[in-house]
Structures are given as structure tokens and as C-alpha cells.
Design a protein. Structure first.
Length: 560
């Protein structure tokens, strides 16, 4: 549910904050006052197209911020978790800025997201139905989803089973077509993969092997230098042509110890010399130990160079490092396993495809049968609702087009479109082509009323869907919108007093000119103010006592 919206510098709106309640809220006012701009702002919050042209003259950017209470829908909350959007307080605050330089900044509870993700999280929150935008009704490709939504649990398990089988069918069919298209390419690819997998597999590479081999090779190739250096260390410290360093240091240390008795400060000097003596003694022992273990192995050096040549050759072919080669090995091993899994002849693959086609056909026909039963129920329900909307002569039909045998789509074997005959004697045809704007609005309201208890959308917006009707039709439209508002929050722009009267909340939208700038203002009307506004909607500028009585009567009847 939309709880609050703040709008800054959008078209003729300078600054505006609106708080919305549950059930139904209407926005009324003269044409051009800014009612649709408020709906446009809501649209921006749920992923609607933004444009620099929407920015108020003289401003550098527009900003819209909205607060929504979240639906009690586990899948939706999991989506927010997946996107890293915190929802611990069951509230979603969306802010969107559009700058003149083209920058578009969107945040959801402080997390930066793009427009695609905004549409994804916004779709379950708000459904905007406009005067010339009946959305799904004008998009025949959406009618099948609407029918399935109506059918609910009668169709959902079968559809899931069908789609799982369809994915297997599609993958097998692509494999067969690919293989049949070029058997030679298939065979060449298979041979190449087998060769590469064997070549890398036989090498038996290890993750840190190359570094260890290079280190060992360097030690062997520089054996003489290492040996000479270690010998030099031992000779210098323990013996040689000159007096050993350790012996010299021992003499110095003894001499210093003899003068300690004359001044205590020499004790530190003696201690430092003693530490140095023992440290150098450790160095001499370590050098001697390393020299004892030093051994040159010409055969081992040859093995290392051969192994490194193999590794370098594989890296040249398959990757810059051993890790890259091993990653490529894993990839081609999987591809080879898949190809060898279907290495049977095309005839065998065709038999597998025939088998899965039969199963898919069976499930598809069961799914289609359930849909046709649901379609009959939907037609009856729509006729009942249309009768209440004074379209009792209209005939609504869920049309199932014939499609070729063994033609499958991700949604089944059905091609569904809503058809209508608006008046007796006229032809029945596609709803999007036959119905007028007012008729489309009433069909949409009929369907929305039927789906009201099933809808997953928390807020529904009607933007002047009642245009072009009056009298008893207007009252019937008001009744339908109110039924929808019993199950979802409804925001409605209307010029019909009958529709405005059934709302729990009413905002009056006005525009005024101050300092040669047009600004939109909004007033949350109390009862008396609603009477005055309904009177204006009934009679225009000249409001009489009788008009006010009529307006009061409308409110009273709506309340009852």
C-alpha cells in the first residue's frame, strides 16, 4: 500500500507531500490542475519512464519519494533479500531523482538500484490503469496469463509440470537440430574436445605446481653459485687463510669482559658482542647444514625442464596460467559429457524427441481442458459484472485459436484472446479492436472486480477510466471501483461525482499562479468541503442549495 509520496519539481508541482489511507482515495479538480501529474509521480516510483522534460522549469532536477507498506508475500520478500534491500520494518521507501544532465538515481531503502530492478519490485506494489491504457486488455499476449490467474490452483500445477517438460523438449530439439544441421561439424567438435580433454587430463596439472618447479629448477641451475656462497660463509666464520671471524670475535669479547670491572657501562657492550657471537655461530652451523644437504641432480633438472615445457605449452594453448587451463578443462569436460550423452545416432535422438513430444502433448491437452473450463466460468462472471455496468447485451468470450498439432509454447498449446460483441447483430471480434474506450473501461472494471480477491497488487490506480459515461453507468462504475477498494488500496482520478462520493478520502487538486509561476496545491477535504466539491462536479460553477442537497445525498447513500 502507498502510504505517502513527496514530489519536488515535477512539471507544475513545486513541492507536494500527500499521505494516503486504506481503501479508496479520489483526486478531483479541474482539468489541467495536476491530478495526472501525481499519478505520473507514482508511476516513476514503480519504474515508469522518466524524462528531463518532466523537470519543472528553472530546476536542476526532479525528485519523487514514496513510502510503501510491503505485501504479505514470501516470494516478494525473498526478491528484496536477493537484491540486498532491507525490509525489517515491513516498509519500502523508494526515491528517484532525474537530473537535467540525464543522470537517473534510484534508491530502495537506501540501496542503489536501476530502472529494471525498480520495475521488478514495483510491479507487485502498484497497478496503474489509465483512460487510454488498459494495459493487459489491449495486449492479447497477456490474456492467457489473466485466464491462468483466474483459474488459480486448477491450472498452476499442470502449468508447472508442462513447463518442466517443455524445457526438456526444447533442449533435446535444439540438440537434434544442431546435430542434423551439420553432422561433420558435430563430429569435428567432438574429436577436438576428446583430444583436448585427454591432453590436459594426461598432464595431471596441480594448482601450485609451476611455482614449485620453477623454484626447484632455479636452485639446481645455480648450484655452483649457491655452493660457493655457503662455503664462503663457513670459511669466513670458522676458518680460512685469515683468522676465523668467530675466533676474532671471541678474542674481542674476552677483552671487553676484562674491562667490565672498571666500568659497569662496558657490560652492555659485552652483552651485545656475546649475542653477535652466538648469532654468527648459528649462521655458520646453518650454512654448514645447508652445504651438507646440497646435491646436484642433472637428471632431476632435465625432468623439471621437461615438465615446465609441457605446462608452458598447455598455457599457450588453453590459458595464461595453470588455473586458467584447469578452468578450461572443467568447461570442456562438461561439454564433452553432454555431447557424448547424445552421441547416439540422430535416429535415437529423434525417438527420444518423439517420446517427450507425446508426453508434452498429453499434459498440454490436460492444461488446455482445464483452461477451457475456467474460461466458461470467467465468461459467466464477466457477463454478470457487465450487466451491472449496463452492458447486459454484450457477449464476452475467451477465444481459443486453433494452432498446429505438436506446436508448443512456454505457456502451453493454447492461443487465447478475449473477444467481445458489444451489441446484438454486430460481429464478435478481438476486444482490443472492437470495444470503444468507454466499453474497454467497463470490461476492465468487470475483470478487476472479479480479480479483486485474487490480486497480488497492493495499490490500484484508475486514471479517468470513467471518462465518457454518466448517469446510471457512472453509478455502476462507482460501485465496481468500491468493491475493488474493499480488497486493495485504490487511488482514482475522476470527474464523476458518483465515483468521488463512494471514496473514503478525497483530495481537491487546484493550480494557482504566484509570481508568474503556476503551482499545484492539494487539499484533503472534510465532509463539508466534499459536499461543496461534489456540488461543483454536479453543477459546475453555479452551486445552488438544491445541488448541495444532492451532493449530501450522494455522500449519505455512499456511506450507507
Amino acid at each position: 500500500m502507498l502510504q505517502e509520496i513527496t514530489i519536488d519539481n515535477l512539471a507544475i508541482i513545486d513541492h507536494l507531500t500527500l499521505a494516503f489511507g486504506e481503501n479508496m482515495t479520489v483526486l478531483t479538480g479541474e482539468t489541467g490542475a495536476g491530478k495526472s501529474i501525481i499519478i505520473d509521480a507514482v508511476g516513476l516510483l514503480v519504474g515508469g519512464r522518466g524524462s528531463q522534460e518532466l523537470i519543472r522549469k528553472g530546476a536542476d532536477k526532479l525528485e519523487v519519494q514514496g513510502q510503501f507498506s510491503l505485501p504479505d508475500d514470501t516470494a516478494y520478500l525473498e526478491l528484496l533479500d536477493e537484491l540486498g534491500i532491507d525490509h525489517s520494518d515491513n516498509t519500502l521507501i523508494v526515491s528517484r531523482e532525474i537530473h537535467r544532465n540525464g543522470r537517473n538515481t534510484i534508491r530502495a531503502n537506501g540501496t542503489l538500484i536501476n530502472t529494471t530492478l525498480l520495475r521488478k519490485i514495483g510491479a507487485p506494489l502498484v497497478d496503474i490503469q489509465g483512460q487510454n491504457d488498459t494495459q493487459q486488455l489491449l495486449q492479447p499476449e497477456q490474456h492467457l496469463s489473466m485466464l491462468d490467474h483466474f483459474a488459480g490452483a486448477k491450472v498452476a500445477p499442470l502449468l508447472q509440470q508442462y513447463q518442466e517438460l517443455y524445457n526438456q523438449y526444447r533442449k533435446l530439439k535444439q540438440t537434434l537440430e544442431k546435430k542434423q544441421a551439420n553432422e561433420q561439424q558435430w563430429a569435428q567438435r567432438l574429436d577436438m574436445l576428446r583430444y583436448q580433454v585427454k591432453e590436459i587430463g594426461d598432464a595431471d596439472l596441480k594448482s601450485n605446481e609451476e611455482e614449485a618447479l620453477i623454484s626447484e629448477r632455479d636452485r639446481l641451475e645455480n648450484f655452483q653459485q649457491i655452493q660457493h656462497t655457503l662455503q664462503l660463509v663457513g670459511a669466513t666464520l670458522n676458518g680460512g687463510e685469515n683468522a676465523p671471524v668467530l675466533d676474532q670475535l671471541a678474542n674481542v669479547m674476552n677483552s671487553v669482559n676484562e674491562i667490565v670491572q672498571f666500568d659497569d657501562s662496558y657490560a652492555d657492550l659485552g652483552k651485545e658482542l656475546e649475542d653477535a657471537y652466538y648469532s654468527l655461530q648459528d649462521v655458520a652451523n646453518l650454512a654448514s647444514h645447508e652445504l651438507d644437504g646440497l646435491e646436484f641432480d642433472d637428471e632431476r633438472l632435465s625432468e623439471i625442464n621437461t615438465r615446465l615445457d609441457l605446462i608452458n605449452d598447455l598455457e599457450h594453448k588453453y590459458g595464461d596460467t595453470v588455473a586458467d587451463v584447469l578452468s578450461y578443462y572443467s568447461k570442456i569436460s562438461n561439454e564433452l559429457a553432454e555431447m557424448e550423452g547424445t552421441v547416439d545416432s540422430s535416429d535415437d535422438l529423434a525417438k527420444q524427441l518423439d517420446s517427450i513430444t507425446e508426453r508434452l502433448t498429453t499434459i498440454g491437452e490436460q492444461l488446455s481442458s482445464q483452461r477451457k473450463h475456467a474460461a466458461q466460468d470467467l465468461e459467466k462472471r464477466v457477463h454478470k459484472e457487465l450487466a451491472a455496468l449496463y452492458m447486459d447485451k454484450a457477449v464476452f468470450k475467451v477465444h481459443f485459436a486453433k494452432i498446429p498439432v505438436h506446436t508448443f509454447t512456454p505457456m502451453g498449446i493454447d492461443d487465447v484472446e478475449f473477444y467481445i460483441q458489444t451489441n446484438p447483430g454486430e460481429r464478435m471480434g478481438a476486444l482490443a479492436k472492437i470495444a470503444s474506450g468507454g466499453e474497454l473501461s467497463r470490461v476492465m472494471l468487470a475483470l478487476k472486480t472479479i480479480f479483486a480477491t485474487k490480486t497480488d497488487v497492493t495499490s490500484i490506480i484508475f486514471d479517468e477510466v470513467d471518462t465518457g459515461v454518466s448517469g446510471r453507468v457512472a453509478q455502476s462504475i462507482a460501485d465496481k471501483i468500491k468493491v475493488i477498494a474493499d480488497h486493495s488500496q485504490v487511488l482514482c482520478i475522476t470527474h464523476l461525482p458518483q465515483v468521488a462520493a463512494v471514496a473514503q478520502h478525497q483530495f481537491l487538486i487546484k493550480k494557482a499562479v504566484h509570481d508568474n509561476r503556476t503551482t499545484t496545491t492539494v487539499t484533503n477535504l472534510n465532509h463539508d468541503e466534499r459536499v461543496n466539491e461534489l456540488s461543483r462536479m454536479l453543477a459546475g460553477e453555479k452551486i445552488t442549495k438544491l445541488t448541495k442537497e444532492h451532493a449530501s445525498e450522494l455522500l449519505k447513500m455512499a456511506h450507507e
